[in-house]
Design a protein around this ligand. Structure first.
Ligand SMILES: Cc1cc2nc3c(=O)[nH]c(=O)nc-3n(C[C@H](O)[C@H](O)[C@H](O)COP(=O)(O)OP(=O)(O)OC[C@H]3O[C@@H](n4cnc5c(N)ncnc54)[C@H](O)[C@@H]3O)c2cc1C
Length: 572
């Protein structure tokens, strides 16, 4: 761990490649370019995540990190987080939401909740069609998923949960070879007992365990997820601990951290330096483009910013999957109880430190995906049905997640939480700027539930959650009536009110600089991630995904960074 940068300030140094943003994609890409003996500098606004002690390294803390607070009065954590606050969400009772975004080397990979899985085969087909390039098909992307990661099989002894064993597909990974990728992917060395129950409950409503897991191009049914956890130390694997650590030992990569990039400098329409690769993430990359004169002309002119390229799509098309839950009291042991009980502290710390196991080694467990069944769709409007029908066949509509929290009294020691995420939002948000100063935060509107189709899908998903709770398999374990929202919330209208009042983000916002073929239709970058209308500038991060990926995006963002690095090195 380091407490300060080993590198001097930028001065007049020059590089072949400058990567702006040392986050998930940025460090993966910079490492690959540096390992090919290119001169590369990374400019990162944040410092080192270890300045917050072990908050970001211990998997068991991933869900209790205060950075997750999605509320207007959130606790500031400037060493990790950009402290972004959204615009009032008109579709969610005008709430303003704190939206965590990693401000540290590693970016959001240093604060995320570590679930690792890939998208579906037809998601990649859709991406290839929109990008106008076959390089985004599953077959073409798989080598980059493999190149970025190393899989460790579950350690069944440490997991020690006989009813949570499963099959998985290791053929889509590199396992244990020296040439495997730096990102460590494994299964937690502990299982939250509540998850084993939820797996049964989801099975009872038709979401059966997948024998492949979620890394083989299919997202259907349930599985214990792979996580970005280093299996040897049971600590977080981020782009900093994996790629950057290696690069600092083995390449000439320069890192300028605690350095805020305020704009990209152009000579005519050519970015100064050989190539600038912008990797500031879904909110800051569009902000930096606009500050640099790339974006909607009318807006830029209104802020006295010289227009370099009039690209109306910059900051538009934001897609942000939402989620909400149904909760009941439960009687099983749980992560929440383990971490809250002072009597369990010593044995749990001992198990973690000496054996890399126990609750502190755990981040996330069982998740499930589905297209809503026919009976859930009967009340959909024709418009909603046809929007959903326009998605590829293998793209799930809903993700289910399980969790637990300390109890609420009245004999309830643990609250079991079943959540649903609406994966393909038809609502659109935006990122814009209110000044020409990089020190002012970007203006973020996620657009939650502003499209009625999302509201219909959310109500249907909510009813599926209740079906899972009611499926019978949870009876011996569930205590009392539903805690949240409670049985009085019954009609579609009441359910939607509850959703609007309580929905939060799952931190997977994307597509604010969408990839495509035609800037007139809102595309910002081409298939090589090159920005339209200028030279020497690419954007490589979650902002250029053409749409919200089904489920958790980090696996794809690493693979995408690998793909663009390879493409640059091939001269594309
Ligand atoms: C709380 C949370 C939980 C999540 N959980 C999961 C999960 O479990 N699984 C999953 O797959 N995905 C998860 N995600 C999503 C995933 O982590 C992100 O989509 C992904 O990490 C984004 O990568 P990126 O490269 O686009 O941006 P980031 O990793 O955010 O990197 C952007 C970097 O740019 C830097 N930067 C920005 N502006 C400037 C500037 N002006 N000057 C210098 N530097 C700048 C930032 O400090 C940051 O380091 C989660 C995200 C969050 C926030």
């Amino acid at each position: 761990s380091r407490s300060s940068s080993p590198f001097p300030g930028p001065g007049n140094a020059s590089y072949e490649y400058v990567v702006v943003g040392g986050g998930t994609a940025g460090l993966a890409l910079a490492t690959r370019l540096a390992s090919a003996e290119k001169s590369v500098a990374v400019v990162e606004a944040g410092g080192w995540a270890t300045e917050m002690g072990n908050m970001t390294t211990v998997p068991g803390y991933a869900f209790s990190n205060p950075v997750l607070a999605p509320i207007e009065e959130f606790p500031p954590i400037p060493l990790l987080d950009w402290e972004l606050l959204s615009q009032p969400q008109t579709g969610a009772n005008d709430r303003r939401v704190h939206y965590a975004a990693g401000k540290t080397l590693g970016g959001s990979s240093a604060i995320n909740t570590m679930a690792y899985h890939r998208a579906t085969k037809q998601t990649h087909r859709r991406w290839a069609d929109i990008a106008g390039h076959a390089g985004y098909t599953w077959e073409e992307m798989l080598p980059f998923f493999v190149k970025s990661s190393t899989l460790a099989a579950p350690d069944w002894d440490k997991r020690d949960t006989p009813n949570a064993t499963f099959e998985f597909d290791s053929t889509v990974f590199c396992t244990g070879l020296p040439s495997c990728g730096p990102l460590q992917v494994s299964y937690s060395n502990w299982v939250d007992p509540t998850n084993t129950w939820f797996a049964v409950a989801l099975g009872a409503i038709g979401l059966h365990p997948s024998s492949l897991g979620f890394n083989s191009g299919s997202l259907s049914g349930g599985a214990y997820t792979t996580e970005t956890i280093d299996p040897n130390s049971a600590t977080r694997s981020s782009s900093q601990t994996s790629y950057l650590s290696w690069a600092l030992e083995n390449t000439q990569l320069k890192v300028y951290n605690r350095t805020l990039a305020s704009r990209i400098v152009f000579k005519n329409t050519k970015a100064k330096g050989v190539v600038v690769i912008l990797s500031g993430g879904v909110f800051h990359s569009p902000q930096l483009l606009m500050l640099s004169g790339i974006g909607p002309k009318i807006l830029l002119e209104s802020l006295d910013i010289t227009v370099i390229s009039d690209l109306p799509g910059v900051g538009q098309n934001l897609q942000d999957p939402i989620f909400f839950s149904v909760q009941s009291g439960v009687t099983t042991p749980s992560l929440a109880i383990e971490l809250a009980d002072p009597n369990r502290l010593e044995p749990n710390v001992e198990s973690y430190v000496n054996n890399q196991a126990g609750p502190y080694s755990y981040a996330g467990g069982y998740i499930a995906f589905e297209k809503l069944p026919t009976e859930s769709r009967v009340n959909f409007s024709n418009r909603t049905s046809s929007l959903l029908d326009s998605l590829p066949d293998d793209v799930p509509e809903i993700e289910y997640l399980a969790g637990s929290f300390p109890g609420t009294g009245n004999g309830v020691t643990t609250v079991g939480d079943l959540s649903a995420a609406v994966l393909n939002p038809f609502s659109r948000g935006s990122v814009t700027i209110s000044s020409a100063d990089a020190a002012d935060p970007p203006v973020i509107d996620m657009g939650w539930l502003t499209d009625p189709a999302d509201a219909e899908v959310a109500v249907a998903a909510f009813r599926r959650l209740r079906q899972a709770w009611a499926a019978g398999s949870l009876d011996e374990w569930q205590v009392g009536p539903e805690v949240t929202p409670g049985a009085e919330v019954e009609t579609d209208e009441q359910i939607l009110d509850y959703v609007r009042a309580n929905v939060i983000q799952i931190w997977h916002a994307s597509a604010t600089n969408s990839m495509g073929t035609d800037p007139d239709t809102g595309a910002v970058v081409d298939w090589r991630a090159k920005v339209f209308g200028v030279d020497g500038l690419r954007v490589v991060d979650a902002s250029v995904l053409p749409f919200a990926l089904p489920g958790h995006p980090q696996a794809t963002i690493y693979a995408f960074a690998e793909k663009i690095a390879a493409s640059i090195l091939e001269g594309n």
